[in-house]
Design a protein around this ligand. Structure first.
Ligand SMILES: Cc1cc2nc3c(=O)[nH]c(=O)nc-3n(C[C@H](O)[C@H](O)[C@H](O)COP(=O)(O)O)c2cc1C
Length: 188
């Protein structure tokens, strides 16, 4: 398990090709991903799957919205928006479901749970031989895009998890030094 944790790394979406996980493999991934710590057992998350033609269709709508947000946006940037969801064969949107009437479990803790799902998904994808990336960007926060994806007023996007078969081995990056991050508390 430690070896798997230590080997985890993101694969940029642009380097994720077909094949993506089939239905059974995706469900296998989700079975691992939903085993997250969850204060109050609220299950404050759900998934939205974007595959096939839906990826390009979403990209077109995102590009149109990008143009509305910034009429001076260049054609290069617009094309990038059109292709935003078309690299990997599967984009799984992890949606945080945040019941406003839940006064017992702080909202931030329910968000932590949804974020943990994203991380667990990355690990499950890699364990099954796929590459994955947790991305957000402005389309994770834009009210019109959230409406287009069918999010309710009390839902937020925790992440777009792009999943596919890595074209190349992703380069490792420098990791934080835990020694520098650890301190001991002593009673004052
Ligand atoms: C909530 C969240 C959102 C992120 N959004 C983006 C993003 O939009 N674009 C991006 O390049 N990286 C984004 N990242 C970073 C990548 O997922 C990834 O962590 C980074 O490329 C480093 O790779 P690593 O996972 O191997 O450390 C995000 C990470 C988190 C936790």
């Amino acid at each position: 398990m430690l070896a798997a944790l230590d080997a985890r790394r993101s694969v940029p979406a642009r380097q994720l090709d077909e094949p993506g996980p089939d239905d059974a493999t995706l469900l296998r991934m989700l079975r691992s991903a939903v085993r997250v710590p969850d204060h109050g057992k609220r299950v404050p998350f759900r998934f939205l799957r974007i595959t096939g033609d839906a990826r390009q269709a979403l990209g077109e709508r995102v590009a149109a919205r990008a143009l509305a947000r910034d009429p001076a946006i260049g054609e290069g940037a617009l094309e990038k928006e059109r292709r935003r969801f078309s690299h990997a064969p599967l984009v799984l949107v992890v949606i945080a479901v945040l019941d406003p009437d839940d006064s017992k479990i702080p909202e931030v803790e329910r968000l932590f749970t949804a974020g943990s799902v994203c991380f667990a998904l990355l690990q499950a994808a890699q364990a099954l031989g796929f590459g994955a990336s947790w991305l957000t960007g402005w389309p994770a926060y834009d009210a019109e895009i959230l409406r287009l994806l069918g999010l309710g007023a009390h839902e937020r996007i925790a992440g777009y998890i792009h999943i596919g078969t890595p074209r190349l081995e992703a380069p490792e990056r420098e990791r934080p030094d835990p020694v520098a991050l650890l301190s001991d508390w002593h009673a004052p």
